[in-house]
Design a protein around this ligand. Structure first.
Ligand SMILES: Cc1cc2nc3c(=O)[nH]c(=O)nc-3n(C[C@H](O)[C@H](O)[C@H](O)COP(=O)(O)O)c2cc1C
Length: 296
C-alpha cells in the first residue's frame, strides 16, 4: 500500500508553503518596463533565472547547456566527468560547474582544474550532498564515495582555482559568513531536494543572509522555484539570482533545448511582469518592502 503519510519535515513542501505565504503589493503608477539582465561573475545574462545544477539528464548535459545558452541564462551543471564538461562548454553556454564532495580530493581537484582549463566562468561544490537524509552509512552518489570536507580542505579547494568559487548548500547566516571568510564569491542556498529535512525555506533566510554578507556577495536561491513569480520573491528578498532545476526537465526531454529555453523565457516574462507592477526598474532596485507575509 502506498504511504499515505507525508514525509516528516518535507523541506520541499515547507518551502512551497512559505513561498505561497508571500504576497506582493503593486506600485505600478509611473513604473516603466524593467531591465532584468544580470551581471554574474563579470558576465552578462538576459535573466537572473539560472539553471539548477542538474546532472545525468536524458537528452544529454550538452542539450541542457544549449537550452540555457539559447535563453541567455547562466548554466549550473552538477556531477559529471571532464569529457562531459568539455561537451557542455563547447555549446558556448556560460557554465558554473558544481563539483561533488568526493571522498578523494584528487577527484575534486581534477574537476576544478578541468572547469578552469576549459572555460567555465565559476566553479563550486555541493557540500550538502556529503550527508544523506540519514547519516548512518557512508554516502555514495552514482558509485562515488562522498566525504564532508573540513573547513581547511574547503579553503584549499577555493584557493586551488582562479575561478570564483560558490558553495552549494549553505543554509544559515553562519555558513554564508564562513564561506565568505574562506574566499568564496557566493553561496547557493539549498537543501538539495529535502536531503535536509525540516530545512528553513531558503527564501526565508535571504534577508538575514543578505544583511550579513553585504551587497556584492552572490546569493543564489535554489529549490522549488516554479515560475517567475517565485523568482521575483527571492530576488526582492536579497537573491542575486535564482536557480530552476526540475521544472526544466520535462520541456528539455520533450521539446529539446528550444523547449527548455522557452520555459526560461516564459519565467523571465513572469518575473518582468512582477517587476513592472512593483515599480522595480532593474534587479538592483527591487524594494523588499513590496513583499508581505500573510502569516506575519
Ligand atoms: C536529476 C537531478 C540531478 C541533480 N544533480 C545534481 C548534481 O549533480 N549536483 C548538485 O549540486 N545538485 C544536483 N541536483 C539538485 C539540484 O541542483 C537542486 O538543488 C534541486 O533539484 C532543487 O531545485 P529544483 O526544485 O529547482 O529542482 C539534481 C537534481 C535533479 C532533479
Amino acid at each position: 500500500m502506498a504511504n499515505e503519510h507525508p514525509l516528516s519535515g518535507d523541506s520541499i513542501a515547507l518551502n512551497r508553503r512559505y513561498l505561497d505565504s508571500l504576497v506582493v503589493e503593486g506600485r505600478i503608477i509611473g513604473a516603466r518596463h524593467p531591465d532584468a539582465r544580470l551581471n554574474l561573475f563579470g558576465h552578462e545574462f538576459d535573466t537572473p533565472i539560472t539553471t539548477g545544477a542538474l546532472s545525468h539528464l536524458k537528452p544529454g548535459m550538452d542539450a541542457f547547456a544549449r537550452g540555457a545558452a539559447e535563453a541567455g541564462a547562466a548554466c549550473f551543471v552538477g556531477m559529471g566527468g571532464c569529457d562531459e564538461l568539455k561537451a557542455v562548454l563547447a555549446t558556448g553556454a556560460k557554465v558554473i560547474k558544481i563539483v561533488k564532495p568526493y571522498a578523494d580530493p584528487d577527484e575534486i581537484l581534477a574537476r576544478i582544474a578541468c572547469a578552469e582549463e576549459n572555460g567555465a566562468i565559476a566553479v563550486g561544490m555541493d557540500v550538502e550532498h556529503a550527508v544523506n537524509v540519514r547519516d548512518d552509512a557512508d554516502s555514495f552518489v552514482a558509485g562515488y564515495q562522498m566525504k564532508l570536507p573540513t573547513l581547511e580542505e574547503l579553503r584549499g579547494y577555493v584557493a586551488s582555482t582562479k575561478l570564483p568559487f560558490i558553495v552549494k548548500g549553505a543554509l544559515s547566516v553562519r555558513d554564508a559568513l564562513t564561506c565568505q571568510d574562506i574566499g568564496c564569491a557566493g553561496v547557493i542556498l539549498s537543501h538539495h531536494n529535502a536531503l535536509m529535512r525540516w530545512a528553513v525555506p531558503p527564501v526565508k533566510l535571504l534577508p538575514d543572509i543578505r544583511r550579513a554578507v553585504g551587497d556584492e556577495f552572490v546569493l543564489v536561491a535554489d529549490g522549488g522555484i516554479q515560475d517567475g513569480f517565485d523568482a521575483f520573491k527571492a530576488l526582492a528578498l536579497g537573491a542575486t539570482a535564482v536557480s530552476v532545476g526540475r521544472p526544466l526537465m520535462q520541456p528539455l526531454e520533450q521539446e529539446g533545448p528550444a523547449g527548455m529555453a522557452e520555459t526560461l523565457r516564459a519565467m523571465t516574462g513572469e518575473l518582468k511582469a512582477m517587476m513592472v507592477r512593483t515599480g522595480s526598474p532593474d534587479l538592483a532596485h527591487i524594494d523588499p518592502s513590496v513583499i508581505h507575509c500573510l502569516n506575519a
